[in-house]
Ligand binder design. Structure first.
Ligand SMILES: [Zn+2]
Length: 250
């Protein structure tokens, strides 16, 4: 599926390939970050392994999910937009038909289409790196599959905007454009956090993030835990009464 494009674009820009807006230290989610995420989304967050982008005040804008959930499910959508102000603004663009315009343009503008295809390649490369860092390793089930409609369509602007925030400008042309188009509601140079989510009372869940659960655990123990979880899943798969109601979301 990707062969033709790779012939057209023999190399992914090596500098771009691992381009991420935050450095390694800033990507590490603190307990406070995870609580903020659950408040922003008004639901428990799971399997968040990093913070993909931050507000100028430090609050998370984008949650980064490993390419395989702790439940074992392959998860192609690495970056999830969590800041309610940005999410709502991007929803307005979608409601206004911006995706149709972008899809039409992708069909007519070869240069844009090529840049968008490179964004897809970069997304996959960074996701592989995140899989390595978070310990999930390669996820062959979703090899070559990115998100948001990439590499040839636009199906979710939130995904593209999240990618642009995490990668920084110049990587995803349509994500960049979505961020420019929401400038009347959100810009990256200002904090829009005040009042954007409920900061009173208890956060929507106890924290069940993989990161926190295993943060200080020996890798060998982690591996054993994963093997045990896998065995439990296989057992559950053979027992229809034990079917999970979990949804594969961030
Ligand atoms: Zn802020």
């Amino acid at each position: 599926m990707t062969h033709q494009r790779e012939e057209m674009l023999p190399t992914v820009d090596a500098a771009n390939q691992n381009h991420e807006a935050l450095d390694a230290a800033a990507r590490v989610p603190s307990a406070a970050d995870l609580e903020t995420l659950s408040r922003q989304l008004n639901r428990p967050v799971r399997d968040v392994v990093e913070i993909g982008a931050r507000c100028v005040c430090g609050n998370p804008l984008v949650a980064t999910t490993a390419p395989r959930l702790s439940s074992g499910i392959p998860f192609p959508t690495t970056y999830y937009l969590t800041h309610p102000v940005i999410t709502a603004a991007v929803s307005r663009l979608e409601a206004a038909g911006v995706m149709n315009e972008m899809n039409a343009e992708l069909g007519q503008d070869a240069e844009l289409a090529a840049a968008y295809a490179r964004a897809h390649d970069q997304y996959l490369a960074v996701r592989d790196a995140i899989g390595e860092r978070s310990g999930t390793g390669a996820v062959p089930e979703i090899a070559g599959v990115s998100a948001g409609g990439m590499p040839t369509r636009v199906k979710c602007l939130h995904v593209l905007a999240g990618h642009s925030l995490a990668a920084g400008p110049g990587v995803n042309p349509l994500g960049d454009r979505a961020l420019e188009a929401i400038a009347e509601w959100w810009t990256k140079d200002r904090c829009y956090c005040a009042g954007a989510w409920d900061t009173e009372g208890q956060a929507p869940s106890q924290d069940r993030s993989r990161h926190v659960k295993t943060q200080s655990v020996d890798p060998a123990i982690k591996q054993a835990q994963r093997a045990a979880a896998r065995a439990a899943r296989e057992a559950a798969a053979n027992d229809p009464a034990a079917g999970s109601t979990e949804k594969p979301t961030a």
